[in-house]
Design a protein around this ligand. Structure first.
Ligand code: GLC
Length: 587
């Protein structure tokens, strides 16, 4: 008896510990959404999204099955890089509302069980930030807040030459001259985005304080924007050219060994993680405060953002953004390309860490346009069923397209047009007309919109919802992962959990159907596959049962099966037969 009670207590203990882990490490299987504030929902009628709009539309996140969202920047900004140029981190951009609105958004999200994350831009501020204005004026306290350089001596007199050959990500020299200081300042992005100097203790303190300020306000974590640009070579050495014979014109002409992914940058990320982890212990915060790093870097450098490779206890980001699907899931991608993309991450990810899958953002052309409309379902399938967490850019759940007609001051704007909520005036985004918003709404909003897709029996959105619902299962949360190339156009993988629950996900990249034998997949000895969900264009319907060794997959198909044995499929068929008769007789 005693041993039974001990065992029972042990089981309860394990369940409790397990539950705690899930709560603390919520991000490991979370379904993330990226809201682009300017384009989510406008409540003032000025054609620009706002925080009150987010509050109004937050239920959508719940309905779509998201657990958390990160917000592109909402801080005060002259919008030279649509918010990625912050002039005051403690004030909300007036176009979007007030700090009280932001607090109300956190409260509403909390009531829905959704976590809010901020996009935080540590590398630079706006040139309209008061620190920069004071630094330009050489005020002693702010003198070293930014990266300044005298330039190279000009033998003819006059303005010195550029300090070195560094190029900005957006093109042109990374240096701009300031008369008042008779010096150049560094900007790895636009001239309106001067780089902060992280060798200044004051900068480190000021930026760290902000993170704490927003943790206290209730945010669940941060996306650290362009993090790998944080430090530059202290000696300002020239970067090497890929082709020394050619003129340096573009960012990609240089190898950025002195401006990106410097050792100090990694150490700094580790120090911020420690600061945050210590803070949550000190404040008794029960869930992890998430650190996500955005860095376009080599795979090995990207992995270093997880933790110090020489000491896994020195933690970095919980989630360095994984852009592999953006690079590898191209229009003509073959099964091999997808496999390469997936395993580039999984094979290099350090032990104990969690993968994440991203197929789009405000910086990349939308999936339907970048790849092709038919493939949006496959991309959503892969993002939502691979092991780890998923990140979906606003609008991908309804299959929005780039709007090629947007004014071209920034070629990324085509993928930032307003969310298409319904087919009414202003697509339900605004009370204005669809072409009078900050960026024109895509004309396809009459058919590609949330309401229409909710009403249609099968749609991109309905399929998306079915996938997020499946993510709640143990198989998709904790199941193993077995990927197989079936032929150059068709691949599949199983997510099996403890021999009790499993799914087989099948994708056909091509525009023709294929007859397949899927016996190589482990389906717990069951020889039939049953459709759990299928893309709206699929030849399968939910509930269809097929022989594992004779599966015909349709063109551009994406389908998720579970496994049934012959016996249970007979029972199911009989049940289906009687239900049909019943419905027929009594209707
Ligand atoms: C990140 C953002 C991008 C921005 C850049 C500079 O890459 O995603 O939109 O332009 O950083 O802040």
């Amino acid at each position: 008896m005693k041993s039974k009670i001990t065992f029972l207590l042990f089981v309860i203990f394990i369940i409790a510990i397990h539950g705690q882990d899930d709560e603390k490490e919520w991000w490991r299987t979370a379904t993330f959404y990226q809201i682009y504030p300017r384009s989510f929902m406008d409540t003032t009628g000025n054609g620009i999204g706002d925080l009150k709009g987010m509050i109004q539309r937050l239920d959508h996140l719940k309905d779509a099955g998201f657990d958390t969202f990160w917000l592109s920047p909402i801080f005060k900004s002259p919008q030279k890089d649509t918010g990625y140029d912050v002039s005051d981190y403690y004030t909300i951009e007036p176009d979007y509302g007030t700090m009280d609105d932001f607090k109300a958004l956190i409260a509403k999200a909390k009531s829905l069980g959704i976590r809010v994350m901020l996009d935080f831009i540590p590398n630079h501020t706006s040139d309209e930030h008061e620190w920069f204005i004071k630094s330009c004026a050489n005020e002693s306290e702010f003198r070293d807040y930014y990266v300044w350089h005298d330039g190279q001596p000009n033998p003819e007199g006059g303005r010195p030459f550029l300090p070195n050959n560094w190029i900005s990500v957006f093109g042109g020299p990374a240096w701009t001259w300031v008369e008042s200081r008779q010096q150049y300042y560094l900007h790895q992005f636009l001239p309106g985005q001067p780089d902060l100097n992280y060798r200044s203790d004051n900068v480190v303190k000021a930026m760290s304080d902000m993170l704490i300020y927003y943790i206290d306000m209730g945010v669940a974590g941060f996306r650290l924007d362009a993090i790998n640009h944080l430090f530059e070579d202290a000696l300002f050495r020239n970067e090497t050219q890929w082709n020394p014979e050619e003129e340096i014109e573009n960012y990609d002409d240089l190898n950025h060994e002195h401006t990106k992914d410097l050792n100090e940058t990694f150490l700094f990320v580790y120090s911020w993680r420690k600061m945050i982890d210590d803070y949550i212990v000190q404040k008794n915060i029960s869930s992890d405060i998430l650190v996500m790093t955005e860095a376009y870097a080599s795979t090995s450098d990207t992995m270093r953002y997880y933790h110090d490779p020489t000491n896994p206890n020195v933690r970095g980001a919980h989630m360095p953004f994984n852009f592999q699907l953006i690079f590898n899931f191209q229009a003509n991608a073959k099964s091999e390309d997808i496999q390469r993309g997936i395993f580039e991450w999984l094979n290099n990810m350090p032990e104990g860490e969690t993968a994440n899958w991203v197929a789009g953002s405000h910086d990349h052309s939308r999936v339907a346009s970048r790849i092709m409309p038919e493939k949006i379902h496959m991309v959503n399938t892969v993002v939502l069923t691979l092991p780890g967490s998923s990140i979906t850019y606003m609008g991908e759940e309804i299959g929005m397209h780039d709007n090629k007609d947007v004014p071209n001051w920034d070629n990324r704007n085509k993928n930032r047009t307003p969310m298409q909520w319904n087919g009414g005036v202003g697509a339900g985004f605004t009370t204005r007309n669809a072409n009078e918003t900050w960026l024109p709404i895509h004309p396809n909003y009459l058919t590609v919109n949330l309401q229409a897709e909710t009403e249609r029996p099968r749609s991109t959105y309905k399929y998306f919802q079915s996938l997020t619902a499946l993510r709640k299962t143990n198989a998709l949360r904790k199941g193993d992962f077995d990927f197989k190339i079936i032929n150059e156009d068709v691949f599949g993988y199983t997510r099996n959990y403890n021999k009790e629950e499993g799914y087989l996900i099948l994708i056909n990249l091509s525009g023709s159907s294929h007859h397949l034998d899927l016996k190589a997949f482990d389906t717990f000895g069951k020889n039939k596959l049953r459709v759990v969900t299928a893309a709206p264009n699929s030849r399968f319907d939910v509930g269809d049962i097929v022989e594992k060794e004779h599966v015909t997959v349709g063109l551009y198909d994406a389908v998720v099966f579970d496994y049934v044995s012959s016996a249970s499929s007979v029972v199911l068929s009989i049940a289906l037969f009687f239900t049909t008769i019943f419905v027929y007789l009594f209707n």
